[in-house]
Design a protein around this ligand. Structure first.
Ligand code: 5GP
Ligand code: ZN
Length: 122
């Protein structure tokens, strides 16, 4: 399913396909997660749908289950990757959307950032 939808120009579609190497955090039939190549924080990984959706701007009711799955995974993966427990620990969950939203890669992704401060950014 994801392969049929892949955008050949998209760097994250290539990461899902294994054409660009990444440090994988998690994978199932719908979702892929991997460490950000340029981390802002001690823990910084991205959760992405395997289906090429450009951004949150293209999300509608049809994506509710997929987004629900990603939201459910975020706290579990955050703890597994070394974020400390809430409330002293916790994490930041971020989806930059569009140019003015600071989005650089146009394949929907959720940043999960955490770990002891100070962070490089954010
Ligand atoms: P955006 O600014 O679009 O929200 O975030 C894109 C993120 O993708 C950036 O934090 C950037 O470091 C990360 N990124 C861009 N290219 C690659 C790559 O080839 N591999 C990995 N692992 N992360 C990437
Ligand atoms: Zn893509």
């Amino acid at each position: 399913m994801s392969v049929l939808n892949a955008d050949p120009q998209c760097i994250f579609c290539k990461i899902i396909a294994g054409q660009i190497p990444s440090r994988k955090v998690y994978e199932d039939e719908d979702v892929f997660a991997f460490h950000d190549i340029n981390p802002w924080a001690p823990v910084h990984f991205l959760i992405i749908p395997k289906r090429h959706i450009p951004s949150m701007a293209q999300v509608g009711q049809a994506e509710e289950a997929l987004l629900g799955k990603i939201m459910g995974l975020a706290p579990k993966l955050a703890l597994e990757q070394g974020c400390e427990p809430y409330p002293q620990g916790g994490f930041r969950l971020l989806a930059n959307t569009g140019d003015q939203g600071g989005q650089e890669v146009h394949h929907l992704h959720f940043h999960v950032m955490g770990g002891p401060r100070p962070w490089l950014r954010g």
